[in-house]
Write a protein that binds this ligand. Sequence first.
Ligand SMILES: [Zn+2]
Length: 577
Amino acid sequence: MRWHPMDILTILSLAVFCALPSSAQPGAQTPAAYADVLFINGHVYTSNPAQPWVEAVATRGGRILEVGISEVLTKYRGQNTQVIDLAGRMAMPGMIDTHTHFLWGSYGLAGIQLYEARNVDEVQKILREYATSHPDEKWVYGAGWHYGSFWPTGLPTKELLDLVFPDRPVALMSEDGHSIWVNSKALAAAKIMRNTPDPGGAARGIIVRDGKTGEATGVLEEGAKRLVLNVMESAVSQKEKLRRIHLGMTFANQHGITGIVNATGDIAEMELYQELHKRGELTVRTTTAFADDVGVRHTLSKQELANFEDARQRFHDDWVRAGIIKFFADGVIETHTAAMLAPYANTPGQKGDTLYTPEEFKRYFLELDRRGFQVMTHAIGDGAVRTTLDAYEAVEKQHGPRDRRWRIEHLETVDAADRPRLGKLGVLAAIQPWCCPQKGEPWADNIGPERLSEGIPWQDIVSTGATLILGSDWPVESLDPFPILQMGATRKSTFQKSEEAFFPKQALSLDQMLAGYTRNAAYGEFMEDRLGTLQPGKLADMIVLSQDLYKVPPDTITKTKVLLTMVGGKIVWRDGI
Ligand SMILES: [Zn+2]
């Protein structure tokens, strides 16, 4: 199912480009065609292992014409060629973030920003300012509130929002994307009343209630979020949705991101990207996986399968793509919902459950494999990782080898016996480096001191043969790849001055990580013939950096700024060059 007419065209055009002279021979003819843009005098990382470093890149018609030595490539300099002197700066392929929630992230940029608020007063101040400056917004959205002790009950309440927003609905996403905080108007709009049951079945979630009255207190967890978000979505105009995605794309380009994989999504979301693409406004390439929401189960109903097929038929070009089905095998360690092999250290006998039984996983994956889909599965606990690997292996045994490129997301704990299985089965390790578990915090305390050294074993996973693909999990973490690269390299937080690295033997090398953001990421999208390296014929997605990642100390990588971002030969971000 991967061979669409578009692929054939691409191969034909690759063939044409490859027929061009690859380097100037003495006495060679000046090529008739000139470059649109010519980058010279750089330290350009191509991510092509056969020729990792060059000085110059020429682009034409949205593709890379040639890479090599500045002197040689000046043959492409015509009257209308835009020449950019890199003056020794580092350039590289555009970064592909292989795990984002792009729409949530973009929505979060548009509305109320609570990420920085550290107490109730600060939250209230931000809410009041927003209410005053946005008097006409009919549905107020925002994101970034934290759980924690500064709320009297550990969670915010609708009353606090009602004080500031008495007459219009408000929905604010938590910083981890697992809950929303809503006011009375939003509860009413979603018809949530005392007798409204918690959503069960595939969309299970919790309406947090007052212990005495049974009234909703204003926080909706997991699948229950959809009760309000669905009503809100239908009230937000398409124009406003596109405006928000524009904010997200600018933010991405500014940080060197030229492509993303959406770890949640649906046809409605893909249609928004398609609309931007039609208008010539899309500046981030998108692959969108099907997943309703955190914790919501697939059923592979007739309708669901029809949607998967429909999306694959409609979205398969260089800009908007479907074809991945996302599963959640478990939750997170912080809330004891990750499925572990052995019980949590602080809740004896409790080890968390997988969201699907092994039999369900096997049955669903076999069905999707029969239809040629790619599967990605969120698995954080070592038990969930094993269940997922077992099911992937069962598919391979039953259906034989196929170019599946199935993925596992997060991999925060992986039993030593399972680490080499990823490589053996050709499973992509989709990791979003974060740092690091600290004693006294839920992650470390829940798994306990004995298993702590087994935590987030990146290097073991990669050096036993798995293909690493990197990402941020934006908006759960920042989309900016440079703090992520720094944490991957140092195993130290970029926020706290943590004195010691967290089991530094599990750190990743820059080579491994840049591959994970470029050529491996493209491979993970079945796009390696078009993306991921700077080579003649490939799409011209590249970035220029303020500092050379290979020349600065690892603990300063986070200071890197992106000076220029090019997507498909078009400069979409430029600042300082
Ligand atoms: Zn995610």
